[in-house]
Design a binder for this molecule. Structure first.
Ligand SMILES: [Fe+2]
Length: 202
């Protein structure tokens, strides 16, 4: 029996795309063509629990208003999501602290649930006071924080970035962040290049 929930996927995807298309930062428009032309296929992903799932529920009230319904939807449907981590304890790439409190649930990309070879996107949660070390990857990326804040470093410049902002990471650019005293919730998009590439750490 499949535990995938197509109705939930479609509801989330509609809310996700609406948020992205309405985002006021012009850099987000760089991803608009690929998001609008993402493809047409849906595949059900078997739910997979993750450590970020229950933490997400607690962030709904601190989510910016423009994304609160979307994060609330993700929280409601957290048990039908496929929660992933790119790294694991044996690869030694990120700290055990980070592994204990981060994860992402993808909505579109090469693996689905909305299948795209052009663009990848979803929601990520990173617990409080953790460091995502400097790394880079081929695809162009944008982070859209919707709850919490972090000190983001991009191409050697560090600044505190908060919910409502957009952080653009051009292809191949070194980047990483340190979260603040509350979990950081972001929507993310990748485009161009190998969309499931594993990052290279500095
Ligand atoms: Fe990245």
């Amino acid at each position: 029996m499949s535990g995938a929930d197509r109705n939930a996927d479609e509801e989330l995807f509609a809310s996700f795309t609406a948020f992205v298309f309405d985002h006021p930062d012009p850099v987000v428009a760089l991803f608009g063509d690929n998001l609008a032309g993402w493809g047409s296929e849906w595949v059900g992903l078997e739910p997979q629990p993750g450590v970020a799932s229950e933490q997400l529920v607690k962030t709904v009230n601190s989510t910016i208003e423009s994304a609160r319904d979307l994060v609330q939807l993700f929280a409601e449907h957290r048990h039908s999501r496929f929660w992933e981590q790119t790294y694991n304890a044996s690869d030694g790439l990120v700290s055990d602290d980070m592994l204990s409190c981060y994860g992402f649930a993808e909505l579109l990309g090469p693996r689905g649930p909305f299948v795209s070879t052009r663009i990848r996107g979803g929601l990520g949660l990173y617990g409080a006071n953790i460091t995502y070390p400097l790394h880079h990857h081929g695809p162009d990326e944008v982070y859209l924080p919707v709850s919490g804040a972090a000190d983001f470093t991009v191409a050697g410049d560090t600044s505190t970035r908060r919910a409502g902002e957009a952080i653009h990471v051009p292809s191949g650019t070194e980047h990483g962040f340190r979260t603040g005293d509350a979990p950081l919730v972001v929507l993310y998009l990748w485009q161009n290049g190998e969309l499931r590439e594993t990052s290279t750490f500095i």
